[in-house]
Design a protein around this ligand. Structure first.
Ligand code: AHR
Length: 498
């Protein structure tokens, strides 16, 4: 075989843990994410547990979601949590001004979100309101959720049916405060952040990890100022970066796109690496020991909405292209596991790069869901050192990007998992994996592959299984060399077990 693609994996050299929180999700009061997608209410004919739809619960349990961010997004900075507690029929109604101008009835509030997290056995990530909320409001929310004992907020919580406090680790102090969260300058936000976070208290043994609003894309000045002014007062800063193939006014279609759109989508996805590298380098200046984490708390593809749907609902389809975007991003996050401790894809159901779509009582899993499923083997596993040498690129329109991307980890049981993406929609790839430092000379190898026959192949309510994982047998093991034949436009995970 004339193989020019060689992946060398050093199975005895680990490079730190791949935090399972890199596989976290984001739920926002936006379009049909919360209402319809998650919350249907106790009286709904759609099977539910205390108002939360069972099919979505089961699907999310399947990918072991580690943590879930809520209530926004831009919505967070106009959300007043006290409107979302108490008897539902008495809750205040408001206009969701950011997202479609629809009436928000506040039926899904703190208790419902915390129940969702308990049912999913995942950690809540609450994003507090800095843009239009008060310090007192934020402080009381934390007291409401976490104080055990006698206090006004703990008593209010008990009156609303929850005696015991919840465990709350992650708390975001505002969202996009450079934009929809108040249009602030970094200097101003840094001061505001320090003030608000002072009153985000640790009650009892509940220890809060404070996430400050970090930069958008390549706003390096924001990172610099925030780190300089506030790094001692925070545990993480966020970074938002979306893959938008076109321009803001015309982002491109989720399906029915051209190869040029395919190419630019993947190329722009790879920019995540540069953004993390450069923001991280700035953080290093103030925090060389990397105590402060970088949380990519919004990422994913952002296309034009599906024709005929509410432009404010950001509903989009999801194809094999999105699956590859997810695989590439995960590899980048793994690579930066010294700094990147959490990443939340936007949004979990019915919005941008969702893992689940619903229509009435029907639910489908998207190609992105399948990548989360295939990659869950990396959760909390030890990243393995690897080197990919390849002279094959994927070219289009006079430009080119790397054709292959890889990551590898070893889990607590000693199994090795290698994930591979081939971004080329036309041609497969032959890859030699040189396995060094294996404890077992002849491991059992198995594989799973996600691929499709068209660039925009996707699942619909009529045909929900057009894109789904299948067993992968395109490999052979010769001593310590694993020879693999990857399909075009594919995501593949190999398992090596002693
Ligand atoms: O995900 C949609 C929106 O994108 C979020 O509400 C906001 O934080 C970002 O601009």
């Amino acid at each position: 075989m004339t193989n020019q693609n060689v992946l060398t994996i050093q199975a005895d050299q680990t490079l730190g843990k791949i935090d399972r929180n890199l596989y976290a999700h984001f739920s926002e009061h936006l379009g049909r994410c919360i209402y319809e997608g998650i919350w249907v209410g106790e009286d709904s004919p759609i099977p539910n547990t205390s108002g939360i739809r069972n099919d979505v619960l089961e699907a999310l349990k399947g990918i072991k979601i580690p943590s879930l961010r809520w209530p926004g997004g831009c919505f967070a900075d106009e959300y007043h949590w006290k409107d979302g507690i108490g008897p539902r029929e008495e809750r205040k109604r408001m206009i969701n001004t950011h997202w479609g101008g629809v009436v928000e009835n506040n039926h899904f509030g703190t208790h419902e979100f915390m129940l969702l997290c308990e049912l999913l056995e995942c950690e809540p990530i609450i994003c507090g309101n800095v843009g239009s909320g008060t310090v007192q409001e934020m402080s009381e929310w934390v007291e409401y959720m976490t104080f055990e004992g006698v206090s006004p907020m703990a008593e209010l919580r008990a009156k609303n049916g929850r005696e015991k406090p919840w465990k709350l680790t992650y708390f975001g102090v505002g969202n996009e405060n450079w934009g929809c969260g108040g249009n602030m300058r970094p200097q101003y936000y840094a001061d505001v952040y320090k003030r608000y976070q002072t009153y985000v208290r640790n009650y009892g043994d509940n220890k809060i990890h404070r996430i400050a609003c970090g930069p958008n894309d390549d706003n390096y000045e924001w990172t610099d100022v925030l780190m300089r002014e506030a790094h001692r007062h925070l545990d993480s800063i966020s970074l938002h970066y979306y893959t938008v193939p076109g321009v803001w006014a015309d982002k491109g279609a989720a399906t029915g796109f051209t190869e040029a759109d395919w190419f630019v989508t993947l190329k722009k996805t790879l920019r995540m690496d540069e953004l993390i590298t450069r923001h991280s380098a700035i953080m290093d200046r103030y925090d060389p020991d990397k105590r402060v984490g970088l949380v990519i708390d919004e990422w994913g593809t952002w296309y034009n909405v599906e024709p005929g749907t509410n432009p404010g609902f950001l509903y989009q389809q999801n194809s094999i292209r999105d699956a590859i975007v997810a695989g590439l991003n995960f590899h980048i996050f793994h690579e930066h596991n010294d700094r990147v401790r959490m990443a939340n894809i936007a949004q979990v159901v019915n919005v941008l790069q969702s893992v689940i779509l619903t229509e009435g009582e029907a639910m489908i899993l998207t190609p992105t869901y399948h990548v989360f499923d295939m990659y869950k083997v990396h959760h909390d596993a030890e990243r393995l050192e690897l080197k990919l040498s390849s002279d094959e690129t994927y070219s289009h329109g006079g430009d080119s990007i790397a054709k292959l991307s890889a990551s590898a980890s070893r889990d607590a049981e000693g199994r090795i998992h290698i994930s591979l993406c081939n971004v080329d929609p036309h041609s497969g790839a032959e890859l030699s994996i040189d396995l060094r430092g294996l404890s077992d000379a002849a491991p059992q190898v198995s594989g799973t592959e996600l691929t499709a026959s068209a660039m925009d192949a996707h699942n619909t309510f009529e045909q929900p299984e057009v894109v789904k994982p299948a067993p992968f047998n395109g490999f052979s093991l010769e001593e310590t060399t694993l020879r693999v034949k990857l399909s075009p436009m594919s995501v593949t995970v190999l398992q090596l077990q002693s």
